[in-house]
Design a protein around this ligand. Sequence first.
Ligand code: TZP
Ligand code: MG
Length: 214
Amino acid sequence: RPGMTNFLTTDIYALTAEEYSMGRSNVEVVKLLIKAGIKVIQYREKNKQAGAMYEECLTIRNLTKQARVTFIINDHVDLALLVGADGIHLGQEDLPPLKVRELIGNEMILGLSTHTPEQAKAAATLGCVDYIGVGPVFSTNTKKGVCQAVGFSYLDYIVKNLDIPFVAIGGIKEHNIMEVKRHGANIMALITELVGAADIPAKVRAIRQALNKQ
Ligand code: TZP
Ligand code: MG
């Protein structure tokens, strides 16, 4: 999968969320993330109509392609196919990963959110999932609804027992990211800490400094 090299070598996996972006558009935020040297970006947008998302994703696909940034789209397989994204990210309630793999072929990255050891084992067993999301590590307001923080116990379980690539997610900030790394995570997914930062490139520099301190 072409987008996987960036994925496996990155430290930060950035996700969009316009409602937390301090009045900036998803496209503006993506430009800033690219400028900051982010190599993996997921378009995650829960509040827009398909037509508006299509236009945004088309623009973001062009920007990310030029910058050789891996572009993953949350939920919307049709959008990912139409704009030629590098990957698609599914939740537990979305279409079955095996069926989505049938649609997207072998070139696209397929990610799946998981919240329990059972879900992680099931994802690994499918054979068609490239990476799993692991979390929420800390409590977060960004994912509204049923999802309770699972703390470090679930992350520790994954590090100890499973071989599949994973990204830690949920409430990860500059001040706690080193703790997450110490628990064995190499790739951290962040939403509000990045899109909500007044100066996104400065925030990325600060996070990378924190990660490389010890
Ligand atoms: N999945 C688990 S937690 C979460 C998602 C999409 C939200 C993470 O957002 P934030 O703002 O980084 O806590
Ligand atoms: Mg979903």
